[in-house]
Ligand binder design. Structure first.
Ligand code: NOJ
Length: 539
């Protein structure tokens, strides 16, 4: 049997670079800070977290007007994050520990400050004019068509210099590159090659289905939706077939190197589009983010249905990818926690780390960092700043990592670019690391189990039928190895059916439970305690 690739077996840890660890006291996280914390992530002992790869939010040169998703030079590192030497050292140190490094690659748009755009906007006949999407308005004061930016408002920005509009799928300071121009295509694929040559193990591709737009710029048809952007069918501005071609071209490029991964952020409310980006398993992306999963409230049936949908629609040779938090979403501890956040966080951890698929763990999720309230005057996110208080923006999920109870949560010796969440005094790595019942210890145990257990990291997925409402249960199986997972989403006890017959010659035994102490009764009946996550193994 061919060996399972690392990006299927492993767990990816997302690091929001500005908020992880500040090595020089300027208040912002940096590459050296990450190097100093690598032992925490994986030092090959079970006192470290035990992740397999890190995904870094953008570190290229940028005005940082959108957390680095506004690049002004793709070939350099922003000095606030470090130098190219720091980057090389980070990659080397990671590789020495068996940690892979995945970079965020922002191919759809640049910063308005990128020299390409500065040239492009300077005159209609500049040689970079066609690197971006410029059009005349329909009439004075009217943009070229009805397309809306993801964050609301027209996706067209009028520019006085040349009396034309430029297109931006996201914010006005993030003009879209014109991928129909062969020079743009060549340059951006060259950017990918540059970083692959430098040894990165893959990319997280920002807005990968937004690269191309309809060549005729046709209006999007209307539909019912709660806000203007969602009241359009995005048939002409998103997910054009040419963007899929780029996914394939990037795959061919990645395949020239050994063991690289492409993880795509596919922006869509149609889950089949997310599956399209995986192709037949060999010709497009390796992993594609599944937006449906993060829209779900704490509801066992909803998670079961979401997983079932993906299991039924993903090609046989393809592999799901799940996450519960990221830098754009309220943190799962708060979003899903309700009145039992600690107990639910443990159940959520089991679900994330035992479903069939690659889990992405967002920094701080392992210690239960909540979404913070960031006062208006301290907001950094352009969405929060623009729409506050209607939309508070994304800073709440980007607070500094809580390392200890020291000043600035041990994140920085001097200050912090966003306020640390007040929970840091009692919820931090130092304090949880020493407590066997902490969420951090729970994550360590689960990661360790997952690594050692073939069924958990590579096995098939089967739903366990006829479980009572409030329970999500499934088995993972690889050859004779099998694990059954029972997740009680409720705060009361629930009796469940026994799992299916174990593989021949084996019997079910308790492997791990959030309620170990209460689990003395054997497995003749499965009675779940309130908010219990139970793993049983066929031995
Ligand atoms: C998606 C990223 O996750 C988000 O943080 C960013 O603002 C947009 N893409 C624009 O690049």
């Amino acid at each position: 049997m061919p060996e399972t690739p690392w990006w299927r077996r492993g767990v990816v840890y997302q690091i929001a670079v500005p908020s992880f660890a500040d090595s020089n006291g300027d208040g912002r996280g940096d590459l050296r800070g990450i190097i100093e914390r690598l032992d925490y992530l994986n030092d090959s002992t079970d006192t470290s977290l035990g992740i397999d790869a890190i995904w870094l939010t953008p570190i290229n040169m940028s005005p940082l007007s959108d957390f680095g998703y506004d690049v002004s030079d793709y070939y350099s590192i922003d000095p606030r994050f470090g130098t190219m030497r720091d980057f090389d050292e980070l990659v080397e140190e990671c590789h020495r520990r068996g940690i892979r490094v995945v970079m965020d690659l922002v191919l759809n748009h640049t910063s308005i400050d990128h020299p390409w755009f500065v040239e492009s906007r300077s005159s209609r006949d500049n040689h970079k004019r066609d690197w971006y999407i410029w059009r005349d308005g329909r009439a004075p004061g009217k943009p070229p068509n009805d397309w809306l930016a993801v964050v609301e408002g027209s996706a067209w920005q009028y520019d006085e210099t040349t009396d034309q509009y430029y297109y931006h799928a996201f914010l006005p300071f993030q003009p879209d590159l014109n991928w129909r121009n062969p020079d743009v295509r060549r340059e951006m694929l060259g950017v990918a090659r540059f970083w692959l040559d430098k040894g990165v193990d893959g990319f997280r591709l920002d807005l990968v289905n937004c690269l191309y737009e309809d060549v005729l710029l046709r209006n999007n048809p209307p539909k019912l939706g709660p806000r203007p952007y969602l009241a359009q069918k995005h048939v002409h501005d998103l997910s054009q077939p040419e963007s899929l071609e780029i996914a394939s071209e990037l795959r061919r490029l990645a395949d020239e190197f050994e063991g690289r991964v492409l993880m795509g952020e596919v922006l869509t409310d149609m889950p089949d589009v997310c599956v399209d980006y995986l192709g037949d398993g060999t010709d497009r992306l390796h992993l594609s983010f599944y937006f449906d999963f993060i829209r779900i409230k704490w509801n066992s049936g909803a998670f079961r249905r979401s997983v079932r949908w993906l299991e039924e629609h993903i090609p046989r040779d393809e592999w799901p990818c799940y996450y519960l938090s990221n830098h754009d979403l309220p943190r799962s501890y708060t979003r899903l926690g309700g009145s039992h956040p600690r107990a639910r966080a443990k159940v959520a951890a089991v679900m994330l780390l035992t479903l069939r698929g690659t889990p992405i763990l967002y920094y701080g999720e392992e210690i239960g960092m909540p979404s913070s309230r960031v006062p208006r005057r301290m907001l950094d996110d352009p969405i929060g700043r623009k729409f506050w208080p209607l939309r508070v923006g994304r800073d709440g999920s980007r607070a500094p990592m809580q390392w200890s109870a020291k000043a600035n949560a041990g994140f920085s010796s001097w200050r912090s670019w966003l306020p640390v969440d007040s929970s840091y005094r009692s919820r931090n790595v130092e304090q949880q690391g020493g407590r066997p019942d902490s969420l951090l210890s729970w994550y360590r145990q689960l990661l360790c189990l997952r690594k050692a257990n073939q069924a958990l990291h590579s096995g098939d997925y089967h739903e366990i039928d006829q479980v009572p409402a409030g329970v999500f249960a499934y088995t993972r199986q690889s050859g004779p190895e099998a694990v059954a997972v029972y997740l009680n989403f409720t705060a009361h006890r629930i009796a469940c059916p026994r799992p299916p017959e174990p593989p021949p010659g084996r019997a079910w035994h308790v492997l791990l439970s959030t309620h170990e102490a209460d689990r003395t009764s054997g497995l003749s009946h499965i009675r779940l305690m309130p908010n219990e996550a139970l793993l049983i193994e066929a031995i």
